[in-house]
Unconditional design. Structure first.
Length: 242
C-alpha cells in the first residue's frame, strides 16, 4: 500500500519524537538528580536508544520507511534509493519530531532539571560531546558509528529475508543500535543522527534551565556532518558489496 506524502511525514515526525522520548528520556533518568533511575548506568541508556529505534521502525517502517534520521534519508537519496523530491520534507519532519520528543522529555523531567546542578549532566540529556574534548575523535566516532548503523540497517531492511519478515528486521535494527551504544558510545554518546543532536541542542540553548551551562555551538557541526558522511559511505558500501 502506498501512503500519501503527508502520512509519511507524520510517520517520520512521530517516529523521531518516539526515538527522542525513549533515548534522551533514558539519559535523563540516569543523569538527572533524584530520579528513580539516577545512576542506573550505561546499559539503561543503551536500551533506551535501542528500543527508541526499534519501536518506530516496527510502527512506521511500512509507511515511511522509518528513516527517523536525516543522515539515512540523505544517504539513500545519494545512492538513488530514495527520491530527492522527498528529502527536504522528510528532514523537516524529522527535525520537528526531534524537537517535540525532547520537549516531552523536558516536561516529564522538569522537577529533576530544577534539582540538578551539574551542567554536564543536564547537557547530556540534550546533546552529545566528546568525553576527551577531541574534535577529531568526536568526528571519527560519529562517522564510523553511523556507517555501521546504516550498513546494518540496510542489510536488515533491504535484503530478501528482511523484506519477507519486516518485524524481525526491525527488531534486529534495534539491537544494532543497542550494541552500538554499548560499544562505540563511550566517547560521544553517541548521536548517529543530526536531528537527534541539533534540535535538542537548540532547545538546550532556549529553555530556561538553571545551571545548564554552554550549548557548545562551536562543535555542533560535528554530530551533523559526521553522521551524514558516515551514512553516505555506509549506503555506498551496502550497494557495492550487497
Amino acid at each position: 500500500m502506498e501512503y500519501s506524502l503527508m502520512t509519511k511525514l507524520a510517520a517520520e515526525f512521530l517516529g523521531t519524537a518516539i526515538l527522542m522520548i525513549f533515548g534522551n528520556g533514558a539519559v535523563a533518568n540516569v543523569e538527572l538528580k533524584n530520579t528513580k533511575g539516577h545512576h542506573a548506568g550505561w546499559l539503561n541508556i543503551a536500551m533506551g536508544y535501542g528500543f527508541g529505534v526499534m519501536f518506530p521502525v516496527l510502527m512506521f517502517g511500512a509507511i515511511s520507511g522509518a528513516h527517523i534520521n536525516p543522515a539515512m534519508t540523505l544517504a539513500q537519496a545519494v545512492m538513488g534509493m530514495f527520491p530527492w523530491s522527498n528529502v527536504l520534507p522528510y528532514i523537516v519532519a524529522q527535525l520537528l519530531g526531534a524537537a517535540a520528543g525532547q520537549l516531552v522529555v523536558f516536561a516529564t523531567y522538569y522537577p529533576h532539571y530544577r534539582d540538578t546542578e551539574e551542567a554536564d549532566a543536564i547537557f547530556a540529556t540534550f546533546s552529545t560531546n566528546d568525553a576527551e574534548g577531541s574534535r577529531v575523535n568526536y568526528f571519527l566516532n560519529e562517522f564510523f558509528g553511523t556507517l555501521v548503523l546504516v550498513v546494518g540497517a540496510l542489510c536488515c531492511l533491504e535484503l530478501p529475508w528482511g523484506k519477507a519478515d519486516p518485524a524481525a528486521a526491525s527488531i534486529v535494527v534495534g539491537f544494532i543500535v543497542w550494541g552500538l551504544v554499548t560499544s562505540l558510545g563511550g566517547p560521544t554518546g553517541p548521536g548517529l543522527n543530526p536531528a537527534r543532536d541539533l534540535m535538542p541542542r537548540l532547545l538546550h540553548q532556549l529553555l530556561p534551565i538553571a545551571h545548564k551551562g554552554s550549548s557548545r555551538w562551536n562543535e555542533a557541526w560535528i554530530p551533523v556532518v559526521a553522521p551524514i558522511a558516515g551514512a553516505i559511505v555506509g549506503a555506498a558500501m551496502f550497494q557495492c558489496f550487497v
